[in-house]
Design a protein around this ligand. Structure first.
Ligand code: GLU
Length: 325
């Protein structure tokens, strides 16, 4: 099947495959500017950088700024300056989800044409209360398909959902190996768009990665369970599937996943001033790398260069844990 959306060809195109005809590895880091980076997001930034650069590829930066209600002013800038502080320089222009609304609309229309999308009038509370919901997952309760058969003309459309297949969606993760998931057990028919028109992360991320030529997605384990949903959309839209590597999660000393307020790594807050090297070393060790003593005192750029040369995804530990910056 040919891709539904033609990649942009204008002068300010962000399509990396177009500007890099060798079609090498294109990785990315895609933070949401809803808070400063924390040690967990820094692991995703550094892990995705090392893996792309180790393969001789490009590393892109995308700001996932679709959810305007949760954004904090100045955060996008803070994230970019913090990355630079660590010597993490991205290739090409920074892309922003907010610039791609038209492309999301075209992908959504293409899915509607395939008759896999339907309007849903269920509220969160109704879904939470649905007696037939079989399991609870980190992703919430799988949508039980209440509106699959159609909704009342007078009903308020709260979201637009895509029908998911019964068959398993499988893929190979660089660190975790062969992964299969039955979407009805985890998400059920998931939302692509809210009733007010806002596009959902699952659709946006798939379109973004395609448009920017991303073919290697390295990110935290917390997004592992979303990947089969994204692969399903890629298959429907005829997009190529990127390779995936999900990294272990950084936790607090209590073993819990970090929140937006924990262990912030921020240029604005001056939270790493003068300690960038120590933090970078801690992250490299977390990713299974052990820089030699003769790099003691080396600047971040030199440490990263060493990391790029020695990165090996098979050395990434299976378990996450604490990084105290
Ligand atoms: N923007 C998402 C986040 O900050 C990550 C998106 C992705 O890596 O696919 O959690």
């Amino acid at each position: 099947m040919s891709p539904i959306i033609a990649a942009p060809s204008s002068a300010n195109s962000v399509n990396r495959r177009e500007s890099h005809p060798h079609a090498g590895v294109v990785g990315r880091f895609a933070p949401s500017p809803t808070g400063a980076l924390h040690t967990g997001s820094l692991v995703a930034a550094i892990g995705s950088y090392l893996m792309a650069k180790h393969a001789g590829g490009d590393w892109l930066l995308r700001l996932d700024d679709l959810d305007t209600r949760r954004q904090l002013p100045g955060m996008a800038d803070d994230i970019m300056r913090t990355l630079e502080l660590f010597g993490l320089h991205w290739d090409g222009e920074v892309s922003r989800q907010s610039r791609y609304l038209e492309e999301y609309g075209r992908a959504f229309a293409a899915l509607q044409q395939q008759e896999v999308v339907y309007p849903c009038s269920c509220s969160r509370r109704e879904i939470a209360g649905s007696a037939s919901a079989p399991h609870h997952h980190d992703d919430g309760i799988p949508y039980p398909g209440t509106c699959r058969g159609g909704i009342n003309d007078a009903a308020v459309v709260r979201s637009w959902r895509v029908r998911v297949p019964e068959e398993e969606i499988c893929f190979v993760d660089f660190r975790k190996g062969h992964i299969c998931q039955k979407l009805p057990d985890v998400s059920g028919d998931f939302a692509l768009r809210r009733g007010d028109g806002e596009f959902a992360y699952q659709l946006a991320v798939v379109v973004d990665d395609f448009l920017t030529g991303v073919n290697q997605v390295v990110r935290g384990d917390d997004l592992l369970s979303s990947t089969p949903r994204q692969i399903y959309l890629q298959r429907l839209l005829g997009y190529p599937e990127p390779e995936y590597c999900h990294l272990p999660l950084v936790t607090g000393p209590d073993g819990m996943k970090l929140s937006k307020r924990d262990y912030l790594i921020s240029h604005q807050l001056g939270s790493v001033a003068g300690r960038e090297r120590a933090v970078l070393l801690a992250v490299l060790r977390f990713l299974g790398l052990n820089p030699p003593r003769d790099l003691d005192g080396a600047p971040c750029g030199a440490l990263l260069e060493w990391g790029v040369a020695h990165f090996d995804p098979s050395h990434i530990p299976t378990r996450g844990g604490v990084i105290l910056p």
